[in-house]
Design a protein around this ligand. Structure first.
Ligand SMILES: NC(=O)c1ccc[n+]([C@@H]2O[C@H](COP(=O)([O-])OP(=O)(O)OC[C@H]3O[C@@H](n4cnc5c(N)ncnc54)[C@H](O)[C@@H]3O)[C@@H](O)[C@H]2O)c1
Length: 431
C-alpha cells in the first residue's frame, strides 16, 4: 500500500481491516454521525487552521477513504484558506468541494465551519485555540481530528478532558495527531514492552536535540501588523500560543514514553533557558529543557530537548527494564537483552492509518476517543515546562487539579498585546 503521491484510496473492506489491526474499537450505544444516521456512506469534513498541517491532515484524510469530501474551510487569515484550497484541489481533485461561501476567515471562522453541514472537523490551528474549538465542535455534534498538542496550560487540559467525556456521551470520535502511535514497528515494540519483554521497567531516556528553527515564520514585522497579528504569525515562539517547544513538538516523544510505560508521570523537576534565541522576535520561548519525570513505582525518565543550531542531534526514546532495553525510534525499534529483536519501518504512512481508523469507527458506530490520552501527554509536557520556567518541582495531581495557569490573553482580537517576559527560574511564579 503506497501513498507517496497522495493518490492512494483504500477500499472500504481494506480500510476496516487496516483499522482493526491498529486500534481496539469498543461499540458505543449510539453514534450521532449524520452520515451514519442517514444511512449514507459519505463523510463531509471541514478544516479549521489552513496552514502546513491543516493542508497535510486534510490531504491524508481525503486520501484515506473513498467516500469523504472536504466542504468547509476556516482560518484567521483569508489567504491561508485560499492557498490551502488550491493545493488540496490540485492534489485530490474531485474530493475538494469547498464553494466560496464555505470559506471563512477571522476570529469566528471556526464557528462558521462548525455551523456548516459537516460530520467531522479537522482542528489544526496553533494549540492555544484547541480547547475552545474542541469544546465547540463536540457541542455542535461533530467528530474531531485534532493536532497535538491539545492545550498549552492546565486549564486547557481540564477543558479537553471534559470535552472528551462529552464526546463519549454523544457517541462522537476524537483522534489526535500523534501518528507515532500508528507506526507499525512502534505498535509492535510497545506491545512487547507492555507484555513484559523488558521485565520490570526501571526507567528511560527521551532525547530530542535539533536545529533552532530560526528561519520559521516571517522575519520582519510589517508596519500594519498589530502585536496580536505579529504574535499569531510567529506563534511557534510565543508560549501562550504554542506552549513552548517542549509542548508543541516534543509532546510526540513524551507521548511515546507515556505509551510505553503505560502511565503518565506523578511528578517532575525541570530546568532550561535560552542561549541562542535571545532576540525579541523569538518571543518568550526557551531553546533548551532538561526534565526528570518520575512515573509510578519510582520509574524515572530523563528528558532532554533543545532547539539550537550547530549542536549534535540525538533523537530517541529508550525504556530500560530488568531484562533489557527498548529503543523506540521513528525508523525502527531495537530491543536488547533477554528478548532481543529489531523491528523495521514498513513504509506505510501512519497519517493515513489514523484517518482510516477514524472513518471506520464513524461508520461502524464504534468508540474511538483519544482525547484524554493526548490531554495527558500534553500535560506531561506542560508540567515539564512549568517546572523549568519556575524552578519548582511539581506533582501531576496538583498540575491537573489545582493549577490555575491559563495563558489565554485578555481578548481574542487584533490590537495591543505586550509580550510576557522570558521566564526566570526562582523568580517566575508557579500558578
Ligand atoms: N503531527 C505532527 O507531526 C505535526 C506536524 C506539524 C504541526 N503539527 C501541529 O499542527 C498544528 C498547526 O501547525 P502548523 O505547522 O500547521 O502551523 P501553521 O502556522 O502552518 O498553520 C496554523 C494555521 O492556523 C491559523 N490560525 C491561527 N490562529 C487561528 C484561529 N484563531 N482561528 C483560525 N485559524 C487560526 C493560521 O493562520 C495558520 O494558517 C500545531 O498544533 C502543530 O503543533 C503537528
Amino acid at each position: 500500500m503506497n501513498d507517496r503521491n497522495g493518490t492512494m484510496n483504500l477500499s472500504r473492506r481494506g480500510l476496516m481491516k487496516t483499522a482493526a489491526g491498529v486500534v481496539t474499537l469498543a461499540t458505543v450505544p449510539a453514534l450521532s454521525s449524520r452520515a451514519y444516521a442517514a444511512g449514507s456512506d459519505k463523510i463531509r469534513v471541514g478544516v479549521v487552521g489552513c496552514g502546513g498541517r491543516g493542508t497535510h491532515d486534510s490531504s491524508r484524510c481525503l486520501a484515506a477513504d473513498d467516500n469523504v469530501e472536504l466542504v468547509a474551510m476556516g482560518d484567521i487569515f483569508p489567504e491561508q484558506v485560499e492557498r490551502c484550497r488550491k493545493t488540496l484541489a490540485q492534489r485530490l481533485p474531485g474530493k475538494v468541494k469547498v464553494s466560496d461561501e464555505m470559506c471563512f476567515s477571522g476570529w469566528d471562522a471556526y464557528k462558521q465551519v462548525l455551523a456548516a453541514d459537516i460530520d467531522m472537523v479537522i482542528l489544526t490551528t496553533p494549540p492555544q485555540f484547541r480547547p475552545l474549538m474542541l469544546k465547540a465542535a463536540i457541542e455542535a455534534g461533530k467528530h474531531v481530528f485534532m493536532e497535538k498538542p491539545v492545550a498549552v496550560d492546565p486549564v486547557g487540559v481540564r477543558s479537553v478532558i471534559a470535552s472528551s467525556e462529552l464526546a463519549d456521551q454523544k457517541g462522537l470520535t476524537i483522534v489526535a495527531g500523534t501518528q507515532m502511535r500508528r507506526i507499525s514497528h512502534l505498535v509492535e515494540a510497545v506491545k512487547r514492552v507492555r507484555d513484559g519483554v523488558l521485565g520490570e521497567i526501571l526507567g528511560g531516556q527521551c532525547f530530542r536535540l535539533g536545529g533552532g528553527m530560526t528561519g520559521w515564520g516571517p522575519q520582519q514585522r510589517k508596519a500594519e501588523w498589530s502585536d496580536m497579528e505579529w504574535q499569531l504569525r510567529r506563534w511557534l515562539f510565543m508560549t501562550w500560543l504554542s506552549g513552548d517547544f517542549i509542548v508543541e513538538m516534543h509532546v510526540h516523544n513524551l507521548d511515546v514514553m507515556n505509551w510505553a510505560i503505560g502511565s503518565h508521570p506523578v511528578q517532575c523537576v525541570g530546568m532550561g533557558g535560552r542561549q541562542q534565541r535571545t532576540d525579541p522576535k523569538f518571543g518568550d520561548v526557551y531553546d533548551h529543557f532538561a526534565v526528570e519525570y518520575e512515573y509510578p513505582n519510582g520509574v524515572r525518565v530523563s528528558y532532554k530537548g533543545a532547539q539550537q543550531d550547530g549542536i549534535s542531534n540525538p533523537h530517541y526514546q529508550r525504556v530500560v527494564g530488568t531484562k533489557g532495553s527498548a529503543q523506540l525510534d521513528f525508523g525502527r525499534a531495537v530491543i536488547k537483552g533477554a528478548n532481543a529483536a529489531e523491528i523495521g519501518w514498513n513504509e506505510y504512512d501512519p497519517c493515513l492509518t489514523q484517518h482510516a481508523d477514524q472513518m471506520a469507527a464513524i461508520r461502524q458506530g464504534k468508540r474511538l476517543n483519544e482525547g484524554k490520552q493526548i490531554a495527558e501527554s500534553s500535560l506531561t509536557a506542560i508540567m515539564g515546562r512549568m517546572s523549568a520556567y519556575t524552578g519548582r518541582a511539581l506533582k501531576w495531581s496538583w498540575a491537573l487539579k489545582a493549577s490555575k495557569l491559563d495563558l489565554t490573553p485578555p481578548a481574542y482580537e487584533f490590537g495591543d498585546l505586550p509580550m510576557p517576559p522570558v521566564a526566570i527560574p526562582g523568580q517566575t511564579r508557579l500558578i
